[in-house]
Structure formats: C-alpha cells, structure tokens
Design a protein around this ligand. Structure first.
Ligand code: NAD
Length: 320
C-alpha cells in the first residue's frame, strides 16, 4: 500500500470526531473538486465541520455525501458563485448556523484560469480573474469578520490560495498572475489587522504544478461556465507534446526537483498543515508548495517552452 493511501486509511478511522480540528468549522470555497475537495475530506477526517462551497451543485453534493457517508453531520454544501455578493452573505450565514454560531477556518480556494497574452486580453478576462481571486475572498473575509474578530481563545485561521504565477508572473496569465499576487496583500493585511487583538492567523499558499483539471491538457476540453453562461476553456496547451514532458527528449518535469507534479491530496495536506496547530506561529507568510520548482528558474507553462532546460542540466552537473 502506498504511504499516502495508508495515511488516508488511518485518518479516516482514527481521527474523527477528535483530530486536529475537533469542534471547529471550516468554509472551503471551490471544494466541489480538485484541491478544495481533497481539503474538505481531510479537514473532516480531522474532526472539522466542513462547509463545501462551490458553483457546481452536483460536485459539491457528491463531496458532501462522500464525507457524510463516513459519519453523518460532518459536511454541508452551500452552492453558488463566489463572485455573487449575495451568495457570500448566505454562505457565511449557513456556515455560522452549521457551526453553532462559530466559524474557525476559511480557505479561499475557488478559482480558475482564463489565459491570454497581454495584447489580446479582454477587459472581461481581466475583471473576471480579479473578481474570483480577489474580490470574492475579500468579501468572504469581510462578511465573516464577526466570527473572526472574537476573543473566545479558540483558533481562527484564514488561508488564501495563490499560485507560483502570482509569485513569479507567467506569460499568458497576466490576469491570473496579478490576481494571485493580490491575495498576498489580502493575507498580510488580515494578519496585521486581526492578529494583534484576536490572534487570527492568515497565510497564503502558492501552488506550483498540481494535477487537477486546471493543469490537464487543454485538448481534453474541460471548461468553466461563469454565471452569465460564458464557457472558459481550462488547461494547458499540450499539442504535439508528450503528457509528462515539455519537450520530446527532455527529462520529464525537468524543472521540478521532485520530478513530478503534486497530487490534489498533497496540495490539500499542505492546506491542512498550515491551518493546524503545528503552524500556530506561522503567520502572514506565502508558503510555496511546488515540489521545489521555485528554486529553479520559473518555467513558462503557457507556451510550455523549456528554453531553460539546458541551463537546469548545467546547474545539476555543476552540483554533482
Ligand atoms: N492545479 C494547480 O496546479 C494550481 C496551481 C496554483 C494554484 N491553483 C489554485 O488552486 C485553487 C484550486 O484549483 P484546482 O486546481 O483544484 O482547480 P479545479 O478546477 O479542480 O477546482 C476548482 C473548483 O473551484 C470551483 N469554482 C471556480 N470558480 C468558482 C466560483 N466563481 N464560485 C464557486 N466555485 C468556483 C470550481 O467549480 C471547482 O470545483 C484555485 O484557486 C487555483 O487557482 C491551482
């Protein structure tokens, strides 16, 4: 049995209703699939009551049903679009009811990409990325303020999900990169405003390459449907390329020291770790979860060129 399978098996049996988050309530946006869904499962395994917030009703309910099948009452779905201000108010209301008047954790994870080069990017592409990755998390944090600006000595944690595109920039993703950089400012401001009196911790987690539909081949045809019905194609163009290599003949994942992408569960484990008491003195940080990718030069995923591959090889040879 693979170590990660064993971990999941042991977690499911031993922790709930005890666990690291016993008695706590967590809102996880974008928890209908991918990283958010895995985080919902892991938080529930660690004793949290989990609010699965997603625009996709079926997927959100599937996640909730899977969690509750292991033990009822651990999770609820609150379905809606995080860019809708009314939905955010409703989400906080439902979460507070579910948590018997308390909310302890928010993971601002909902998001998607709408790529394009700068000179061809429309205002709508630009504004949509800022709306989903900046305005929505801000509104959620603001609406939840009465549940975080409290002095009951219970832990309160906010985690905002960013990307290495936000840290390094990424060609073809100016809208996403700016938005993902923006959450760093949101995180640090929460830490400074709500840390001193209330002990609220806020951290950003910037993921590298995690295998979800966001990083699947664009040719697979996955898309996100916005509330106004616009279909946004997701994924990374891989035409003419092997699935696990940016250039035929190149070593797979040459830009990642671990030589593989992360799984959604591995990404979710980082979220749970940062939210946990083990990270009780980590605050205001941007934690990069990349398999070490960021310690090399940044690779342009958008045009998937690997011009720096030769340089990486040179660096590796020098190290040996
Ligand atoms: N996958 C990666 O490599 C990667 C890298 C860096 C950052 N991220 C970030 O991680 C987060 C999760 O992405 P993922 O890879 O799990 O993608 P995913 O597409 O598998 O899941 C995203 C979820 O968010 C939901 N969602 C999107 N927009 C929404 C909206 N307006 N309202 C409500 N729900 C909405 C979707 O329905 C979906 O269930 C995103 O913020 C993404 O930008 C992912």
């Amino acid at each position: 049995m693979a170590p990660q399978d064993r971990l999941a098996q042991v977690n499911a049996h031993l922790n709930y209703p005890q666990g690291l988050f016993a008695g706590q309530t967590a809102i996880i946006t974008g928890a209908g699939q991918g990283i958010g869904a895995e985080a919902a499962r892991l938080f529930a395994n660690e004793g949290a009551k989990v609010v699965v917030a997603d625009i996709d009703e079926k997927k959100a309910n599937d996640v909730v049903n899977a969690i509750n099948s292991a033990g009822p009452g651990r999770a609820i779905a609150v379905v809606g679009d995080v860019t809708d201000a009314n939905y955010i108010e409703n989400l906080v209301k439902k979460a507070a009811e579910f948590g018997n008047g308390k909310i302890h954790i928010i993971v601002n994870n909902a998001g998607f990409t709408w790529d394009g080069v700068i000179h061809k990017m429309s205002d709508k592409q630009w504004e949509t990325m800022l709306a989903v990755h900046n305005t929505a998390p801000f509104r959620l944090v603001r609406a939840a303020a009465p549940y975080f600006r409290v002095k009951d000595k219970e832990p309160r944690v906010i985690i905002n999900i960013s990307s290495t595109s936000g840290v390094h920039g990424n060609a073809g993703q100016v809208n996403y990169s700016v938005a993902k950089a923006g959450v760093v400012g949101l995180t640090k401001t929460i830490a400074k405003e709500w840390g001193p009196q209330f002990g609220v911790r806020a951290n950003t987690i910037a993921f590298g390459y995690i295998t979800t539909r966001l990083t699947a081949a664009k040719e697979d045809g996955a898309y996100f449907t916005t509330s106004d019905g616009t279909k946004v194609a997701l994924g990374i163009p891989r035409k003419g390329k092997t699935d696990n290599s940016y250039q035929d003949g190149a070593e797979p994942y040459a830009d990642i020291p671990l030589r593989r992408p992360g799984s959604a569960e591995e990404a979710a484990r980082a979220i749970v770790g940062v939210a946990s008491p083990y990270f009780s003195y980590v605050n205001g940080e941007t934690i990069r979860v990349t398999g070490g990718r960021n310690i090399y030069l940044h690779v342009n995923l958008f045009d998937s060129s690997i011009r720096i591959y030769g340089l990486n090889r040179y660096i590796q040879k020098k190290q040996v």
